[in-house]
Ligand binder design. Structure first.
Ligand code: GDP
Length: 443
């Protein structure tokens, strides 16, 4: 997500940091580079123009904050402006009104509507709601079938639409069935076309006139950049959308759609799809996305994810150890167990700020879950003394550990190497002031 833009902005700000004091000229020059970076990220031209004008004005007219260096101040202005561009704050779904709440998903074919419908149903179910999935794409029997399969996967009932029904009748009858079946959230998956088309719009408008829609979410493939924004604008004019879901964000290195759609349509991005699995849907947080764009990683997301499974005291203890360079193999084992609960290692690494710049990590082989299990076995075959001081693990101990864990000396070596690499990495993070006693770090 946003990698290209991040790289570009980072090098721009690095230059700024080299200046003790910033002149208007320095700022203008930096803004020229930011402008190019945004245009290369496929951000809407008008949006870029306004963005740069606003940042320049604020950066130049800014009062000097003694706690920040001039370079940091510019980064802060850009950060705040990016947050605003992305929509200021996360916009939750409107679920409190008349029940059942009806959510309609609309968008072009292949944008990810059906997948998003199932992902959304799963999230709502986990929050204690009773969702009901409704396939209203009567032109493609496969689309109805696809929603039935996904519904089963997420354990959410699916309305039995047929291709003989009219979409508006499906919507009306499904809402009635939701009332009698005590479902509180109806999610309607509509038909898509390859291009915006009047017949499709008329069909969607008819549904919106007939059933009370709490949300009309426009679903778009983020990878289509400005096209997604143009189509969103058209849907918003014809249909009055309430929010946007950008799918396939995990593969979108540029971010043009995400950065333009709120400004162009006035409607917030409510969710982003970050993978094909039914779990891969995230509430969109503008502040976190802005931090991510500026290369700060998604610290808050990481903390939230960690907090869900990691005991807070344990996390603090660990942060202290990192501070004191006292992170042992025993802690490493502890971490592996936490990581197994949290998701894949790569997902987690990606969220740690600054980590993509650590060369030793980039060059390191990507560990997979199987490797984690092996690593765990190897550390478990070490004595407590060895776990607390890896330096004593000589050749003969390595042979013993390999035998004990049913692995090879080469594999033991690999674990020790990745552990020492991790130690180095932690020192690096500390040097950058990123790890600080387990506290949340703000800009
Ligand atoms: P629809 O025609 O709008 O209903 O689109 P589908 O839900 O059938 O999705 C089209 C394709 O995009 C499918 O192969 C999905 O698995 C894929 N897809 C949907 N959302 C995401 C996402 O967030 N990330 C990735 N990588 N693929 C996605």
């Amino acid at each position: 997500m946003f990698e290209n833009l991040t790289d570009r902005l980072e090098s721009t700000f690095k230059k700024l940091r080299g200046h003790g004091r910033l002149t208007e000229e320095n700022i203008q020059e930096a803004m020229g580079e930011v402008r190019t970076a945004l245009l290369e990220a496929d951000v809407n031209f008008g949006v870029v123009k306004e963005f740069i004008a606003s940042v320049t004005e604020k950066a130049i007219g800014r009062e000097v904050l003694t706690s920040l260096s001039p370079g940091q101040q510019v980064v802060k202005v850009v950060h705040d402006e990016l947050v605003e561009l992305l929509g200021s704050q996360a916009e939750p779904l409107k679920l409190d009104g008349r029940q059942p709440v009806v959510i309609m998903l609309a968008g072009l074919q292949g944008s990810g509507k059906t997948t998003t419908a199932a992902k959304l149903a799963k999230q709502l179910k986990e929050k204690g709601r009773a969702p009901f999935l409704v396939p209203a794409d009567v032109y493609r029997p496969a689309a109805i079938e696809q929603l039935h399969v996904l519904g089963e996967q997420v354990g959410v009932p699916v309305y039995a639409s047929t291709t003989e029904q009219k979409p508006v009748d499906i919507a009306r009858q499904a809402v009635a069935e939701a009332r009698t079946g005590h479902y509180d959230t109806v999610i309607i998956d509509t038909a898509g076309r390859l291009h915006v088309d009047e017949a499709l719009m008329a069909e969607l408008q008819e549904i919106s006139r007939t059933v009370p829609l709490a949300e009309v979410l426009f679903v778009a493939d983020a990878m289509t950049g400005q096209d997604a924004v143009t189509v969103a604008d058209k849907f918003n004019t014809d249909l009055e959308i309430t929010g946007v879901v950008l799918t396939k964000m995990e593969g979108d290195a540029r971010g043009g759609a995400a950065l333009s759609v709120k400004k162009v349509t006035g409607k917030p991005i409510k969710f982003v799809g970050v993978g094909e699995s039914v779990e891969a849907l995230e509430v969109f947080h503008p502040d976190r996305a802005a931090s991510r764009i500026l290369g700060m990683g998604d610290v808050l997301s990481l903390i939230e994810k960690a907090e869900a499974v990691v005991d807070q005291k344990n996390a603090e203890r660990l942060a202290k150890k990192i501070q004191k360079n006292a992170f042992t193999l025993e802690d490493f084992l502890d971490q592996i167990q936490q990581i197994k609960k949290m998701g894949t290692l790569e997902q987690i690494m990606g969220m740690i700020p600054g980590i993509n710049k650590l060369k030793q990590l980039k060059d390191a082989p990507k560990p997979d879950q199987k490797e984690l299990v092996k690593t765990e076995a190897i550390i478990r075959s070490m004595t407590l003394k060895e776990r607390r001081n890896h330096r004593i693990i000589d050749a003969s101990r390595r042979v013993r550990i390999a035998n004990g864990s049913g692995t090879s000396v080469a594999e033991v070596n690999r674990v020790l190497k990745s552990y020492t690499m991790m130690l180095k990495m932690m020192k690096n993070l500390k040097g950058k002031g990123i790890v600080s006693g387990g506290k949340r770090r703000k800009l």
